[in-house]
Design a protein around this ligand. Structure first.
Ligand code: FAD
Ligand code: SF4
Length: 511
């Protein structure tokens, strides 16, 4: 029997996969750090470090468990920097008789590997990653024949199917969704325990990245990486979340604060997206913890978390596979403006944006509401080309992989799909940001003013956006109230708002 080559991509580090049930000398695993992957978008320095760290760790673990592994570091001379060229060379040099790979989560890599398999003379097969709750096309089948892809319907189906927080056929606690109780402002009086940062030494990787001259964004303040880079650390992060943060997760899910980057969020997305830990392990651990501490933890805290993972995360992946490749080109609102420079520097007088962008540049992280209601909200209100918005989101976050970044950005945040994912655009004036954060308190602008020089830019941008997009949004029944307010607005006032909005759009980097 000849040798089989098995490929592991950088986000396929699932040590619980059935591939790793037993050691077989006829199997060779291969992993590559490649320019193909570091250069398809400009990534945050911490993202590149995180991927390389986790990959190097994973290959070390496999080797120490007796598996044959070929690992190419970024500067290895054998490394062609292109996936299919590396594979072809190994197949030839090692006399490989069969090629196997795990189904990629990205369309781009899926196509590349499909094409590769049709070009080689040996047998090949693709295998499930055994990570998600759902199969790639399960969501598409679920919505077959339905007019809308409402996440809530899928979420309830997932709760029932996987018996999560259920009492027979009914949701535990009597309600499916506690979203309304997940909207408290954090005022600093609920203390947050000292955050768990890992101190992974990444100095070798930093110098490898420098030597390879990989272009990156963002910063790394020390030569350490603070996110989990293996399964053990991922479990530690998860336990920390259960013990310290779950108790208030739901309450402050949408809150933002200048002193807090993470608030009660889990920071588990990087570990999950690289498959260091499975979503089922995450959900089972959180639910077990909740049942053991039911007297202390309210169901609204737990349901909010469960919804993000078996609801939104699986839903976004399903939508991606149902709608690609056309989805990547969608721009139903026909937005064409350029992304302001301050997205890359944090250099703006708008305190909310300054905080959200600086968090992102410093940590490769911002939590959901910062991504959606600060940077995303601003990008949509200023009518930025969704291609540019995608490039930013795909590069800047350590957890950004296209299958989850694209539907969140282009769909949920930018409404570029015309409402397939979000039933209405996530836009707001300054009052929402003021309600959910302390950003406005120390801002150069006043969230109460509309057109004066120190008026919050979001206020004029909001009405200008509604007016500009009346054709696409005017019939959306969820926008009805806002359009009737716009209709009642005095024409001179609207003109003033639009003039200010136009000035902000044209001179974004001055604000
Ligand atoms: P927590 O708040 O603790 O939530 C727990 C987990 O739920 C997360 O780790 C994540 O796996 C999952 N989750 C929550 N919301 C979503 C969602 N909308 N879609 C998918 N999973 C979700 N998430 C990514 O993993 N990668 C991305 O590239 C990404 N890009 C985004 C872009 C925009 C414009 C928006 C609005 C959201 C994006 N998200 C993305 C979703 C979400 O913001 C992050 O998953 C979350 O902030 C990660 O931090 P956390 O682990 O502390 O999450
Ligand atoms: Fe942001 Fe406006 Fe508040 Fe300033 S006043 S922090 S720009 S919402």
């Amino acid at each position: 029997m000849g040798k089989t080559l098995r490929l592991l991509l950088g986000d396929q580090l699932n040590s619980e996969h059935s591939w790793f049930k037993e050691v077989d000398d006829n199997l060779i695993y291969c992993m590559f750090e490649m320019r193909q992957e570091t250069d398809y978008v400009t990534h945050h320095i911490q993202k590149v470090i995180g991927f390389f760290s986790a990959m190097r760790n994973f290959s070390k673990e496999l080797k120490s468990n007796g598996y044959n592994v070929i690992y190419y570091k970024i500067n290895d001379t054998k490394n062609t920097q292109k996936l299919t060229d590396n594979l072809s060379k190994i197949i030839e040099e090692k006399g490989i008789k069969r090629f196997e790979y795990l189904l990629p989560d990205e369309y781009r890599l899926d196509q590349q590997l499909k094409d590769f398999c049709t070009s080689i003379a040996i047998d090949s097969t693709a295998v499930d990653t055994e990570h998600f709750y759902t199969k790639r096309n399960e969501l598409k089948t679920f919505y077959e024949g339905k007019k809308q892809y409402l996440m809530e319907n899928f979420y309830r189906h997932m709760r029932k199917k996987h018996e999560v927080l259920m009492e027979g056929e009914q949701p535990e606690g009597g309600k499916w969704n506690y979203d309304k109780s997940n909207r408290k402002k954090w005022k600093g009086n609920t203390s947050i325990p000292h955050y768990k940062w890992f101190v992974n030494d990444v100095s070798e990787i930093v110098s490898d990245i420098k030597k390879a001259e990989i272009e990156t964004i963002g910063t790394l303040s020390t030569k350490t990486f603070s996110y989990p880079i293996n399964r053990e650390q991922s479990l530690q992060q998860l336990n920390y979340f259960c013990e310290q943060l779950l108790i208030h997760f739901g309450d402050f899910q949408d809150a933002m604060h200048t002193n807090e980057v993470n608030l009660f969020h889990s920071r588990i997305s990087f570990a999950m997206n690289l498959k260091l830990i499975n979503p089922k392990t995450v959900i089972d651990t959180v639910i077990d913890y909740y049942y053991e501490h039911k007297n202390d933890i309210d169901i609204s805290q737990v349901e909010g978390f469960v919804r993000q993972i078996i609801g939104w995360r699986e839903y976004m992946r399903g939508m991606y596979w149902a709608l690609m490749p056309d989805y990547k080109k969608k721009n139903e609102l026909e937005n064409t403006n350029a992304l302001p420079d301050f997205f890359w520097t944090g250099n703006t007088k708008m305190n909310c944006l300054k905080n959200a962008i600086n968090n992102s540049l410093d940590n490769g992280y911002a939590h959901h509401i910062q991504r959606l209601m600060v940077t995303g909200n601003y990008a949509l209100l200023t009518q930025i080309n969704p291609d540019e918005v995608d490039q930013w989101y795909l590069g800047i976050y350590v957890d950004a992989i296209e299958w989850v970044q694209l539907p969140n950005t282009r769909g949920m945040s930018q409404y570029a799909d015309g409402g397939l994912i979000a039933t209405k655009p996530y836009v707001s004036s300054g009052s929402y940001i003021n309600k959910m954060s302390n950003y406005c308190k120390d801002c150069h602008y006043s969230h109460k003013e509309k057109v004066t020089e120190d008026a919050c830019p979001f206020n004029s941008l909001y009405w200008n956006f509604l007016d500009d997009k009346r054709q696409q949004l005017g019939n959306n029944h969820r926008m009805g109230m806002m359009y009737s307010l716009l209709d009642k607005m005095n024409a001179d006032k609207l003109t003033e708002l639009k003039e200010r909005a136009q000035h902000i759009i044209e001179n974004a980097d001055e604000y």
